[in-house]
Structures are given as structure tokens and as C-alpha cells.
Design a protein around this ligand. Structure first.
Ligand code: MG
Length: 170
């Protein structure tokens, strides 16, 4: 086999993200930057947008920049009820110092409500925050098949993966 000749192949970075928030009464349900009508919402210090938090962690992970908690600690009052889309914009800024974002893929794990009708708007909001075309920001949804914290509607979880290209790799 010959050695790779395309420098970009040497500069690809991938990162994994995961988040989970408890479903409780009396909170808005914000997923992927979209207000999803539901009887319950996600508990958390910020707006508790598990999908956006997972995407932030995937991006930071790919760039070797730690995680969302180190950059935006949930003990800091300035992030109380924070709009997570704002955090995503800030993460993009951190990551883009040394990298270009290639794509993001993600999955929402939720028993209820149905996410499919809201996914196009989520992609629009996420892609705008990341300044990417929507085809490079994918969102999928799965149920928990009635078991576990997701299936018994105690929590909504999200997983994400991001791919970056490092700029000017030596
Ligand atoms: Mg979170």
C-alpha cells in the first residue's frame, strides 16, 4: 500500500458527544434549539438542550478542547437558563480557530414526544449556528423501546459525532 498523499487525510479529527437530562414537569422542552410542545421538559441549569450539549461535546472533543462543562461550568450563574444555541455558536468559535467543521451527525433518544416533525427545524437552527449547509448537520431520533431511562420517559438522551479538518497541519 502506498502512503497517503492527500494532506487532508492526515488532518481529520473526530469527536464523540453524549448528554442526558431528566424529564420533569414545569419545564420547557428544548431540543436542537426548538421548543417542542410536550407535557414535560428537561431539568437543568441551562435550557437543558441535550442534543445541543452532545453536539458541543463532539465538536470540542474532535478539537481536543475538553468538554462543555470546562468551558461553561453549570456552577456559573451567567449560564442559568442559557440558550444552548448561543453556547454552540461559542463552541464553533473555539473550534474554528484551528479547524474547519466537516459535518455533524446526531441522534435524539426519546420515547415521547415524536421528534420527527421537528427535525427539519432543528437542522435549520443547528446549521445556522454552525454556519454549515443543512446537509452537513444530520439529526435522527430513536425511542427507548419502553425500557431504561429513555423508554420509561425519565430522561431524554442525545449522542453526536463531529468531524473536523485541522488547518495547516505540519
Ligand atoms: Mg447537558
Amino acid at each position: 500500500m502506498s502512503a497517503p498523499t492527500d494532506r487532508h487525510l492526515l488532518a481529520i479529527r473526530t469527536g464523540l458527544g453524549y448528554d442526558s437530562h431528566r424529564l420533569v414537569e414545569g419545564r420547557r422542552l428544548v431540543i436542537g434549539g426548538v421548543d417542542v410542545p410536550h407535557s414535560h421538559g428537561l431539568a437543568g441549569h441551562s435550557d437543558a438542550d441535550a442534543l445541543v450539549h452532545a453536539i458541543c461535546d463532539a465538536l470540542l472533543g474532535a478539537a481536543g478542547l475538553g468538554d462543555i462543562g470546562t468551558h461553561f461550568p453549570d456552577t456559573d450563574p451567567q449560564y442559568a437558563d442559557a440558550d444552548s444555541i448561543d453556547l454552540l455558536r461559542r463552541v464553533r468559535g473555539l473550534v474554528e480557530v484551528d479547524h474547519e467543521i466537516v459535518n455533524v451527525d446526531s441522534t435524539i433518544h426519546a420515547e415521547r414526544p415524536k421528534m420527527a416533525p421537528h427535525i427539519p427545524e432543528m437542522r435549520t437552527r443547528l446549521a445556522a449556528a454552525l454556519r454549515l449547509p443543512e446537509r452537513r448537520v444530520n439529526v435522527k431520533a430513536k425511542t427507548g423501546e419502553g425500557v431504561g431511562p429513555v423508554g420509561t420517559r425519565q430522561a431524554i438522551e442525545a449522542t453526536a459525532i463531529a468531524t473536523l479538518v485541522e488547518r495547516d497541519v505540519a
